[in-house]
Design a protein. Structure first.
Length: 209
C-alpha cells in the first residue's frame, strides 16, 4: 500500500500577502530522496495556524510510492483526430495515472486498460487524471475494479463508460467539478453505461476490500 506522510512548512508572511506552499492539491510528481526517485501525489494542502506573528504553518498530506512500487510506462489514447497516440503514465501498486507535467498530453478518448505492456492495472489512482482539461471520454476495461478519489475531477470528460463484466467501485468524488458531464444525483441516478457502484468514505473502503 502507498505510504501516507504528513509534514508542515513554515511560510513567512510579508505584510498582507501570505505565501502558500508551492505544492497544490492533486499534483503528482517525482521526488528524489537519497538518490532514489519516489512518486508523490499531493492529497491536500491546508493552512493550520499562525505559529507566531510572521510565520504560518501549513500541512501537506502526501501519498508516497517508493521506487519499487511504481513504474513509468506508456498507454494509448485516441486523439480528437482519431489517431492513436502514446501517453506517458505511471502505474503505482496497480493504479494508473499521469504526472501533472503531462496533463496537456491527455487529450481525446482514453481507455483505462487491464494491462500496460505486461503490467496489470487494477484501478485509477487518486487524482490520476485530475485537471486534464482536454480529456473527453473514458472507457474502463474489464478487470479494472476501482476508481479512487478525484481520479477524473476537474477534467473535460463528457462521458465515462464502464465494462459489463466486472463492477467498478467509483469513489463519490472521482468526477467532481467535471463541467462537461450532465448533472446527476451521485447516489441514485445511473447516467453512465456498464456496471459500477458509487461510494464514499468508509463505505467505499469497506466495499473495495
Amino acid at each position: 500500500m502507498p505510504h501516507v506522510i504528513t509534514y508542515t512548512e513554515e511560510i513567512e508572511e510579508h505584510g498582507f500577502c501570505q505565501q502558500r506552499p508551492v505544492l497544490r492539491t492533486g499534483e503528482k510528481y517525482l521526488h528524489e530522496v537519497e538518490g532514489k526517485q519516489r512518486l508523490r501525489i499531493v492529497r491536500s494542502v491546508h493552512f493550520d495556524k499562525y505559529v507566531w506573528e510572521n510565520v504560518a504553518q501549513w500541512s501537506i498530506d502526501i501519498l508516497e510510492y517508493f521506487e519499487e512500487e511504481y513504474v513509468l510506462c506508456e498507454a494509448l489514447i485516441k486523439t480528437s483526430a482519431c489517431k492513436l497516440s502514446r501517453l506517458p503514465v505511471f502505474v503505482a501498486n496497480g493504479m494508473i495515472g499521469v504526472l501533472t507535467c503531462d496533463n496537456d498530453s491527455v487529450c481525446g478518448e482514453l481507455v483505462i486498460p487491464s494491462t500496460v505492456g505486461n503490467i496489470p492495472v487494477k484501478g485509477v489512482a487518486s487524482f490520476g487524471f485530475y485537471d486534464c482539461k482536454d480529456l473527453e471520454k473514458v472507457s474502463i476495461s474489464p478487470m479494472v475494479v476501482v476508481v479512487y478519489e478525484y481520479a477524473f475531477a476537474k477534467s473535460g470528460i463528457t462521458d465515462i463508460s464502464f465494462n459489463e463484466e466486472v463492477p467498478v467501485m467509483l469513489h463519490i468524488t472521482a468526477l467532481d467539478d467535471c463541467e462537461n458531464l450532465p448533472k446527476f444525483d451521485k447516489l441514485f441516478d445511473r447516467p453512465f453505461s456498464g456496471k459500477y457502484l458509487m461510494r464514499g468514505g468508509e463505505a467505499f473502503t469497506y466495499s473495495y476490500l
